[in-house]
Design a protein. Structure first.
Length: 50
């Protein structure tokens, strides 16, 4: 059990040179622009405006 927790964290194994593709960034930005969250009393409604 001790060996399991003494390893370095997973973020230590991640390659820092990984760069997302431009189309991935564009997709996420377009999605966030199209997302609308409406608060009504204690409820939240999410709507995509596409």
């Amino acid at each position: 059990m001790q060996k399991m927790y003494s390893r370095t964290s997973r973020s230590g194994h991640v390659d820092e040179n990984i760069v997302p593709k431009a189309e991935t960034i564009r997709f996420l930005l377009d999605y966030s622009k199209a997302l609308s969250v409406i608060d009504y009393q204690k409820l939240k409604f999410e709507a995509l405006l596409n």
